[in-house]
Write a protein of this length. Structure first.
Length: 580
C-alpha cells in the first residue's frame, strides 16, 4: 500500500508562491522534473547536462518554497528521488550543492557558446571561491599548467614540473600541488583530516561472548538510540551497530576511570616499580653480555663494570664516530678527548685503525705528509686510551694496529672506566696490501688461531640481533667517496646512518640510546613485556621472519628440532608401512 503524501489536485487547492513578476507552482515544478530525463536524452554530453539540470531543478524547488511550504523535507526528498530515479538523497544533495556553488555563467557546460568540461571537473573546483574557480577552469580549458617559482617565496619547495591537465585526476593533482604551495586554501574537510592524521590511535580487539555483546548492544541503543538510518542494508546496519557498541565501551571505560582514578593510578605505580626492578636486574646481565668480548688467551679476564655503563638504567648511550682526519697521533688523541667531552655517552667507539694503520702511512707517503702514526704497544694504549676512560668515566672501543713482540695485528680493543683493557679481537681477513701472508707493505698478521677465530665468529653470531654501530675513517679520500657513521637497527627500525664525503675536514659523532634488555627478550618475546617495550612494540611485531628465525634457533639449541625431525621420520615410515 502506497504511503506517498497526497498532493493538491485541483487548481483551487494548488499552492502557489509568488514573488514580483514571478509565480511558482508546485505542480509545474514536479512536471518539470519529470521532463528532465526525456529532455536530456537527445543532447550530446547528456549525462553531464542532466546533472546540472537536476541540481538547478532542486535549487529552484528549494528556493521557490516547495520544500518548506508545500512539502515537508522528507516528502520533498521522496519525490525528488522518485522523479530522478536516484538511489540516495546524498547524490541529489551533492548535485544541488555543486549547482549552488558554481554559477551558470561560470560553468563550462557547452551551452550558450561556452566551452565544455566534464561535470566531474566542476565538482573538484566547487569547493573554492569564485575567483579560484575561474582560475582552475581556465587551467582545465588550456589542458596544461606551468607553476611559477620564486626561491624567496617557495624556498621550502622544489620547482614542480609542468602539469598536464586533461582529466579529473590531473586536475586533482594540480590542485594538491597548488594547496601545498599555498596558492589554494585547504578546505575545512581537508583541515579536519589533516588534524585527525596527527592524532595517534591504537586499535583494541576484545573477545567477548555473544550474550555479553547483546547486553552491550542493548545498553548502547539505550544511550545513543538504534542506528535506524541503515535499516534495509544488513551489512551497513551491522557495522553501524558494532561501531556504536565500540563507542559505548570507550565511554564506559572513561567513566570508570573517572570514578576509580586514584585506585587505578596506585595500581599503575605499583606495576611500574616492579617493572623497573625487573628491568634493572635484567639489564645488568644483558649489558655485561652485550659488551663482553672474546677472552684473550694471554691476558687476565676482566669483567665489565655494568653499573658505570648502564648508570642504573636499562638504556645505554653509544657514540659512533667519523673523526676529523689527522696524521699525527697526538692530534688524534686530542680530537678523541674533545669528542668524548662534547658527546656524553656510556660507550665511545672509534673507527678501526684509528691509530697505527698502514693505510695512514701509505697515504702520507703518497701525499708527502709528515706522520708518526706507527703501530702501538699495549702499554702505549693503556697510558693514552685507558687514561681517557678514567678521565671521562666511560667505556671506550678503540681501533689500532698493535705491536706485540714484533708481530703486528689489527685489533679492536675495549677499555672500561677504570682504564683497564677488558679484551680485544683481531681481524681475521686482511686486505692484500696489509697482510703479511701476501707480502703486504703493512706486514700485519691476521688472526690465525682457529680456536680464537671460532670464538670471535661465535660471539658475532650470538648477538646478530643486536644493532650495528657504524664507525669510519675518511682518510681524506675525496668527495667522490662516502664515509659512513651512525647506527643500524633493523629490529626496532631506529636506524640513523649518515653518508658523508670522505674529506679531511669532515667529522661526525652520532650518539644513540638503546635498551639491551629488549634484545635479551627477543627469544621469548610475549605480551608480558609489552609495557616495558611499548614504543618499539609495533616494529618488533612486524619482524615476522626474524621471530621465526629466533624460534628455529631455539629449537636447534635445546634439541627440539632434532626431536621433531625424528618424530616426523617415524610417522612417515609408519604411513609407508600402512600403505604396503
Amino acid at each position: 500500500m502506497s504511503t506517498q503524501p497526497a498532493l493538491p489536485r485541483s487548481k483551487s487547492e494548488q499552492l502557489k508562491f509568488c514573488e514580483p513578476a514571478i509565480c511558482f507552482s508546485t505542480d509545474a515544478w514536479l512536471d518539470e522534473g519529470k521532463e528532465l530525463e526525456k529532455y536530456d536524452k537527445d543532447l550530446e554530453n547528456r549525462a553531464d547536462l542532466l546533472q546540472w539540470d537536476i541540481g538547478d531543478w532542486l535549487l529552484k524547488g528549494e528556493e521557490g518554497g516547495v520544500k518548506t511550504k508545500a512539502l515537508k523535507a522528507k516528502d520533498f526528498q521522496k519525490y525528488a528521488l522518485k522523479i530522478t530515479k536516484r538511489k540516495s538523497w546524498g547524490v541529489l544533495k551533492n548535485l544541488k550543492s555543486v549547482a549552488a556553488n558554481v554559477e551558470e555563467s561560470r560553468r563550462r557546460d557547452g551551452r550558450e557558446g561556452r566551452k565544455f568540461l566534464s561535470y566531474s571537473m566542476h565538482v573538484e573546483i566547487a569547493k573554492f571561491d569564485d575567483e579560484k574557480q575561474e582560475e582552475l577552469l581556465q587551467i582545465a580549458e588550456e589542458g596544461y599548467h606551468s607553476f611559477s617559482y620564486d626561491p624567496k617565496v617557495h624556498a621550502s619547495f622544489s620547482p614542480p614540473a609542468p602539469q598536464k591537465v586533461v582529466s579529473v585526476s590531473d586536475l586533482q593533482r594540480t590542485i594538491a600541488i597548488m594547496q601545498e604551495r599555498g596558492e589554494l586554501p585547504m578546505t575545512p574537510a581537508q583541515k579536519r583530516r589533516k588534524e585527525k592524521a596527527k592524532e595517534k590511535w591504537q586499535a583494541l580487539k576484545i573477545r567477548i561472548s555473544d550474550d555479553s555483546y547483546k547486553q552491550l548492544e542493548r545498553l548502547s541503543n539505550a544511550k545513543y538510540g538504534k542506528p535506524y538510518g541503515w535499516r534495509g542494508r544488513s551489512k551497513q546496519f551491522e557495522r553501524a551497530c558494532l561501531q556504536q557498541v565500540s563507542t559505548f565501551v570507550s565511554w564506559m571505560a572513561a567513566e570508570y576511570y573517572k570514578e576509580h582514578r586514584a585506585e587505578l593510578e596506585a595500581m599503575v605505580a605499583g606495576s611500574d616499580v616492579k617493572d623497573a626492578a625487573y628491568s634493572e636486574e635484567t639489564s645488568k646481565a644483558v649489558v655485561e653480555k652485550s659488551l663482553q668480548v672474546p677472552k684473550v688467551p694471554d691476558s687476565k679476564e676482566n669483567k665489565v663494570d655494568v653499573q658505570s655503563v648502564s648508570s642504573g638504567t636499562s638504556r645505554v648511550r653509544v657514540a659512533t664516530s667519523l673523526p676529523k682526519q689527522y696524521w699525527m697521533q697526538a692530534q688524534k688523541l686530542d680530537w678523541l678527548d674533545k669528542a668524548i667531552a662534547d658527546n656524553p655517552c656510556d660507550l665511545f667507539l672509534t673507527p678501526q685503525e684509528f691509530v697505527g694503520g698502514g693505510s695512514t702511512r701509505e697515504w702520507c707517503r703518497l701525499k708527502g705528509f709528515e706522520t708518526d702514526d706507527v703501530p702501538v704497544t699495549e702499554s702505549w694504549l693503556l697510558e693514552h686510551v685507558g687514561s681517557l676512560g678514567r678521565k671521562h668515566g666511560i667505556h671506550i672501543g678503540f681501533g689500532a694496529t698493535v705491536n706485540r713482540d714484533g708481530i703486528l695485528t689489527e685489533d679492536y680493543l675495549y677499555y672500561d672506566p677504570s682504564g683497564t683493557m677488558i679484551g680485544y679481537s683481531s681481524k681475521i681477513a686482511l686486505p692484500v696490501q696489509d697482510s703479511v701472508v701476501n707480502g703486504g707493505a703493512s706486514q700485519v698478521t691476521p688472526e690465525v688461531d682457529p680456536a680464537r677465530a671460532a670464538k670471535v665468529i661465535e660471539f658475532e653470531s650470538e648477538f646478530k640481533q643486536l644493532p650495528i654501530a657504524v664507525t669510519c675513517n675518511s682518510w681524506d679520500g675525496g668527495e667522490k667517496f662516502l664515509a659512513l657513521v651512525g647506527w643500524v637497527d633493523e629490529t626496532t627500525r631506529h636506524t640513523d646512518l649518515h653518508h658523508l664525503p670522505s674529506t679531511a675536514e669532515v667529522e661526525k659523532v652520532v650518539v644513540t640510546s638503546y635498551d639491551p634488555t629488549l634484545y635479551a627478550e627477543l627469544e621469548h618475546l610475549s605480551l608480558g613485556v609489552y609495557g616495558r617495550f611499548k614504543p618499539d612494540w609495533k616494529p618488533l611485531m612486524a619482524g615476522t621472519m626474524r621471530r621465526k628465525a629466533v624460534r628455529i634457533e631455539q629449537r636447534v639449541r635445546d634439541g627440539r628440532a632434532a626431536t621433531r625431525l625424528e618424530k616426523h621420520v617415524a610417522k612417515k615410515l609408519c604411513s609407508e608401512k600402512a600403505r604396503r
